[in-house]
Ligand binder design. Structure first.
Ligand code: FMN
Length: 351
C-alpha cells in the first residue's frame, strides 16, 4: 500500500485502521511560528465524529486529537506534525461473522484479491475512520488558509432524493445532514430514518465552495487545480462523482450560454466553477460530489465467501444510514489540504 501520502509541498500522510489502536496524520510543510493547539483541530474532528445523530453510526468515539510533535510552546516549529486519535469504542466482535464473507459495495473483495490479507474488523484501512486523520490535517490547512484570506465551506444539497430549495448558511451546522435548507433537512432526515427502519441506506450530493482564492493557482498540464481537487475528493470512500460549476449540465448548454463572459468588473458568470485551463480564475471555486448510499445494509444480499461459495449476508452493526452530514467536514479538509499545497507550489515556482 504505497499511496498513503497526499500533496507535494504540504504533505499529509494518514495512518491507522478502523479497529486499530490509533488513526491519525503526519503533516509536513507547515510553516514555523503558526499558533496551533489541539482545540484548533478538535472543532473539526467533533463535526466528523460518529454518534452525533440517528442518521449516523452510534459508534461512540471521542475522537480526541493529541499533537505529538511539531509544536513547541503553542507554536509550530516547522517540524512534521504528528496528530494522533486513539480509538476507544472499537467492537471487533461485530465483525467476526464477516471474517470470510465479502460485503457487497465494500472494499472487502478487492482488498482480499489484491493483498491476500484483509483487516476485516470495521473495514481496516478502507473505513471512513481513516478520514479522521485527514480532518485533523485539514484543520491545520484551514488555519493557514484563513491567514491567506481563503475560506472553505461544504454542505449537503441533496439526500435521499430530496433537494435543498434554499441556501441558508446558518442552518448547516444545526441539522444532522448539514444541509443548507432547514425544511429540506427535516424531510431528508425523516426519509433516511424510514429507510433505516427498512434496513436500508441513502445517498446524496455535497457541494463545496472555496472563496478568496487568487487567480493563478494550478499546475498544468497534469496537476491542473480541478484535476488535483478531483483526486482529493475521489480518494474518499463513497464519493462516486465530481462536477465543477455548471458541471454535467454543461453538456446540454450552448457555448454562448456556457461561456463566462467578462466586463471591466471581471467575470459575469461562473459556469466554469472558478477554474479554467486548470488554473484558478479568482472566482469562487464550486464543486459538487455524488455520495453513494452506505453499503452496510441489513437487508439480505447475495454474495460469496473467500472459498467462492455462494451465501447471503445481512450487515448488522453500527453504521451510517447516510454519509452526507459526516462527509462534509472531510470534504472541507481535502479541499483545504489541496489548496494549501498549491499555494506552496505557486510560491516555489516563482522564486
Ligand atoms: C466519513 C465516512 C464514513 C463512512 N461510514 C460508512 C459506514 O458506516 N458504512 C458503510 O457502508 N460505508 C461507510 N463509508 C464508506 C466506505 O468507506 C466506502 O464505501 C468503502 O470503503 C468502499 O469504497 P468506495 O465506496 O469508494 O468504493 C464511510 C465513508 C466515509 C468517508
Amino acid at each position: 500500500m504505497a499511496a498513503n501520502t497526499f500533496g507535494e509541498l504540504f504533505r499529509v500522510t494518514t495512518f491507522g485502521e478502523s479497529h486499530g489502536e490509533v488513526v491519525g496524520a503526519i503533516v509536513d510543510g507547515v510553516m514555523p511560528s503558526l499558533p496551533l493547539c489541539e482545540a484548533d483541530i478538535q472543532k473539526d474532528l467533533d463535526r466528523r465524529k460518529p454518534g452525533q445523530s440517528p442518521v449516523t453510526t452510534p459508534r461512540d468515539e471521542e475522537d480526541k486529537v493529541h499533537i505529538l510533535s511539531g509544536v513547541f510552546e503553542g507554536m509550530t516549529t516547522g517540524a512534521p506534525l504528528c496528530l494522533v486519535i486513539y480509538s476507544t469504542d472499537a467492537r471487533s466482535s461485530d465483525y467476526e461473522a464477516l471474517k470470510e464473507v465479502f460485503r457487497p459495495g465494500h472494499a472487502d473483495y478487492t482488498y482480499w484479491k489484491k493483498y491476500g490479507i484483509r483487516d476485516y474488523r470495521g473495514s481496516g484501512r478502507s473505513s471512513g475512520r481513516e478520514t479522521a486523520g485527514r480532518v485533523a490535517a485539514g484543520a491545520v490547512a484551514k488555519k493557514i488558509l484563513a491567514r491567506r484570506g481563503v475560506g472553505v465551506l461544504a454542505y449537503t444539497v441533496r439526500a435521499a432524493g430530496i433537494s435543498c430549495a434554499a441556501f441558508d448558511p446558518n442552518v448547516i451546522e444545526n441539522n444532522p445532514l448539514r444541509a443548507c435548507d432547514a425544511a429540506a433537512a427535516r424531510e431528508m432526515e425523516a426519509r433516511i430514518l424510514a429507510l433505516r427502519e427498512e434496513g436500508d441506506t441513502a445517498g446524496g450530493v455535497v457541494e463545496c465552495r472555496i472563496g478568496g482564492v487568487p487567480t493563478g493557482l494550478g499546475e498544468p498540464v497534469f496537476d491542473k487545480l480541478d484535476a488535483a481537487l478531483a483526486q482529493a475528493m475521489l480518494s474518499l470512500g463513497a464519493v462516486k462523482g465530481i462536477e465543477f460549476g455548471a458541471g454535467f449540465s454543461a453538456a446540454d448548454k450552448k457555448g454562448s450560454e456556457h461561456n463566462d463572459q467578462m466586463d471591466r468588473a471581471g467575470f459575469i458568470s461562473n459556469n466554469a466553477g472558478g477554474i479554467t485551463g486548470g488554473i484558478s480564475t479568482g472566482q469562487e471555486i464550486v464543486l459538487r460530489l455524488a455520495v453513494k448510499p452506505p453499503s452496510s445494509v441489513s437487508l439480505p444480499q447475495k454474495t460469496v465467501n473467500i472459498r467462492g461459495e455462494e451465501t447471503e449476508i445481512r450487515v448488522e452493526g453500527r453504521h451510517d444510514a447516510c454519509l452526507c452530514g459526516r462527509i462534509v467536514p472531510v470534504v472541507e479538509a481535502m479541499a483545504a489540504i489541496t489548496l494549501e499545497d498549491f499555494f506552496k507550489r505557486q510560491a516555489a515556482a516563482f522564486c
